[in-house]
Design a protein around this ligand. Structure first.
Ligand SMILES: [Zn+2]
Length: 75
């Protein structure tokens, strides 16, 4: 069960991509794999037990702290 902290980015950098809005208290997506992704700022779980391809390239605005996160594998 690998767990990753996502990378917090400047929202200006994400203005050309689709930012998915996470709601505090509920993972944005859950199930389908074994990778869990947490907000890089407040450690809220944004994606829980998802497949790698479900996290690939996603940009998520954390519903708890409001930071914009991207998945860490490209960095
Ligand atoms: Zn957060």
């Amino acid at each position: 069960m690998p767990q990753f902290d996502m990378i917090v980015i400047d929202p200006e950098r994400a203005k050309d991509v689709n930012i998915e809005q996470h709601t505090a208290g509920t993972p944005l997506r859950e199930g389908g794999g074994d990778e869990t992704y947490r907000c890089g700022c407040c450690k809220t779980k944004l994606l829980v037990s998802v497949a790698h391809h479900d996290a690939h390239g996603v940009v998520i605005k954390c519903g708890k702290c409001g930071k914009v996160n991207t998945e860490p594998h490209h960095h």
